[in-house]
Write a protein that binds this ligand. Structure first.
Ligand code: UT7
Length: 324
C-alpha cells in the first residue's frame, strides 16, 4: 500500500497587514522586516477562526482531488491554535464538511504540524486500511502574538492548507516514499506560548494570558542545522540523489533560513519556492499553502520528486520525500 497526494487546497484571510502598518504600532520598519526575514505583508484573520480556514482549504483540496465528503476516512489537522480546548479543529472541520464517515483529530507539532500529520495519515492508511485522508495545516497565530513585541509580531500570519491523500495498492509509482521526524523537548523554552488559564479559586491558580515568546537566533541556528540533516537522512535512507529532487518545499519562517538551507544542501534557490513575502510565517499552514501554489501553478508533473520539510516549536522538525 502506498499513500499519494491527489489534491491540494489553501485559504488565506482577505485582510492584508503590511510592514508599514506594523511600523505604526511597534518600533520597526519595512526595510528591517524585509531584509531580516523576506516578509512584505501577512494576512490576518478577523472573522471565524482556525476551523473555518481549515474547512475552506479542505473543500478546495477535495474539489481539486475530485472527492466528496462521504469519501473521507481520516481528517488530521496540524494546528496549535484550534479555536477551542475541545472539540478539536478536525472534528469541527468534519462537521462543517459533513464528512460523517471520518475519524478526525488534531496533531500538535507547531510549524512541523503538517509534516507530522502527513506522516501519521500515511501510517494509518498503510496499517489500518483507511483509504482517503484529509491532511490539513491551519493556524491563527495572530491571536497568540504579543502585538507589542516587535521581535515576534512582525513574523507571523494566518492561513490554512490542505492535501487529500489516498491509499493505492499495487505497483503504481509515486506517493509518500519516506519521512524523518524528530523533536527535542529539552529546547522547549526556546519557542513557546504559555498557557492561557482562567484561574481556579480552589487551588489558588491565577488567571494567565500567554503569548508567543522566542529566542530568535536559537531557532535560526537550530533550523539551518536540523532541516538539512533530516533532508539528507531521508535521501540517504531511500538512496535518492539530491539532483533527483525538483523542489524543496520548506517551512516559510525566514527567507534567510531557506537561503542557508539551500547553501548547506548545495542547491540553488530556484529549487526552493518561496511565498513568505506575501503571507509571513503561517506556522503549520506554510508548507501546504506553498504546495497548493505549486500544484495549481502547474509546476508539478507526475513522477516529480519533491521534499517537504519544516521545523518549529517543541522543538520539532521533519522531512518527507514525496513523488507526485
Ligand atoms: O516557525 C519557526 C518560528 N521562528 C523562526 O523561524 C525564527 C527564526 N529566527 C529568525 O528568523 C531571526 O532570528 C529573527 C527574524 C527573529 C530576528 O533576526 P536577527 O537577525 O536574528 O535579529 P536579532 O534578534 O539579532 O536582532 C537584531 C536587532 C536587535 O537590536 P540590537 O540589540 O542590535 O539593538 C533587535 O532588538 O534587531 C532588533 N529588532 C528589530 N528591529 C526592528 C528585533 N526585531 C525588530 C523589528 N524591527 N521587528
Amino acid at each position: 500500500m502506498k499513500t499519494k497526494i491527489i489534491g491540494t487546497g489553501s485559504f488565506v484571510p482577505d485582510r492584508v497587514v503590511t510592514n508599514q502598518d506594523l511600523a505604526g504600532i511597534v518600533d520597526t520598519s519595512d526595510e528591517w522586516i524585509r531584509t531580516r526575514t523576506g516578509i512584505g505583508q501577512r494576512r490576518i484573520l478577523d472573522g471565524p477562526g482556525t476551523s473555518a480556514m481549515a474547512a475552506e482549504a479542505a473543500r478546495r483540496a477535495m474539489d481539486n482531488a475530485g472527492v466528496g465528503p462521504e469519501d473521507i476516512d481520516i481528517i488530521l489537522v496540524g494546528t496549535t491554535t484550534a479555536d477551542h480546548c475541545f472539540p478539536s479543529a478536525a472534528c469541527e472541520v468534519q462537521g462543517s464538511l459533513g464528512a460523517v464517515r471520518a475519524v478526525g483529530y488534531d496533531i500538535s507539532g507547531a510549524c512541523s504540524g503538517f509534516i507530522f500529520a502527513l506522516s501519521t495519515a500515511d501510517a494509518l492508511i498503510r496499517a489500518q486500511g483507511y483509504r482517503v485522508g484529509l491532511v490539513i495545516g491551519a493556524d491563527n497565530l495572530s491571536k497568540i502574538v504579543d502585538w507589542s513585541d516587535r521581535s515576534t509580531c512582525v513574523l507571523f500570519g494566518d492561513g490554512a492548507g490542505a492535501a487529500v491523500v489516498k491509499g493505492f495498492e499495487g505497483q503504481e509509482e509515486g506517493g509518500i516514499i519516506a519521512a524523518d521526524l524528530g523533536s527535542d523537548g529539552r529546547k522547549a523554552a526556546v519557542l513557546q506560548c504559555q498557557s492561557r488559564t482562567m484561574g481556579n479559586f480552589l487551588t489558588g491558580t491565577k488567571p494567565e494570558v500567554g503569548y508567543i515568546t522566542m529566542e530568535g537566533q536559537e531557532v535560526f541556528k537550530f533550523a539551518v542545522k536540523k532541516v538539512p540533516e533530516c533532508i539528507q537522512k531521508v535521501l540517504e535512507d531511500t538512496g535518492t540523489g539530491i539532483e533527483e529532487i525538483k523542489y524543496f518545499v520548506l517551512h516559510q519562517a525566514n527567507y534567510r533560513i531557506c537561503e542557508s538551507i539551500a547553501k548547506r544542501l548545495k542547491v540553488s534557490m530556484d529549487r526552493i519556492p518561496m511565498n513568505i513575502e506575501h503571507y509571513g510565517n503561517t506556522s503549520a499552514a506554510t508548507i501546504p499553502v506553498l504546495l497548493d501554489e505549486l500544484n495549481r501553478g502547474g509546476k508539478l508533473e507526475p513522477g516529480d520528486k519533491i521534499i517537504l520539510s519544516g521545523f518549529g516549536a517543541g522543538l520539532t522538525w521533519g522531512a518527507s520525500l514525496v513523488q507526485w
